[in-house]
Design a protein around this ligand. Structure first.
Ligand code: AMP
Length: 126
């Protein structure tokens, strides 16, 4: 089985510079930017620059350098936004995938959410 990546997805367009974003941090392999519809006072999306659909795709096919860069960038976003536990009050990092994960944008991303108590992790499904 292979993963199908759609180059027209909105994060691919952000990476190509076709639409603007509010960048929090950029590295060689990773971009972090503010979510356009924030669900908490801190809501940052962290995406690899490579063409990966989901976390499982990224974990399987990305190189070690990309993976280390991504994980470190998530940590750095936590520090920059003040939610890291070395002084902050914590956060939630989540990655939705596919239909059951209710993924809206089919480019691998991690949400960093914080700045308030976030409640339980899952609401009951409708
Ligand atoms: P997901 O449901 O995990 O795929 O989440 C996709 C996220 O992307 C949502 O939280 C959207 O608010 C966010 N989003 C969609 N378009 C943009 C955009 N142009 N800039 C920033 N965030 C976006």
């Amino acid at each position: 089985m292979t993963y199908d990546y759609d180059d027209t997805n909105i994060f691919a367009r952000i990476l190509r510079g076709e639409i603007p974003n509010k960048t929090v941090l950029e590295t060689d392999h990773t971009l972090a930017f503010e979510d356009i519809r924030p669900q908490a006072p801190v809501h940052v999306l962290v995406i690899p620059k490579g063409r990966y659909v989901s976390y499982d795709h990224f974990a399987r096919e990305a190189g070690a350098e990309e993976i280390v860069d991504f994980v470190r960038t998530v940590g750095e976003v936590c520090r920059i936004t003040g939610v890291a536990l070395d002084g902050g009050q914590g956060c939630r990092t989540i990655s939705n995938a596919g239909a059951h994960g209710v993924q809206e944008v089919p480019h691998m991303h991690v949400h960093v959410l914080g700045g308030r108590v976030l409640g339980r992790m899952l609401e009951p499904a409708d």
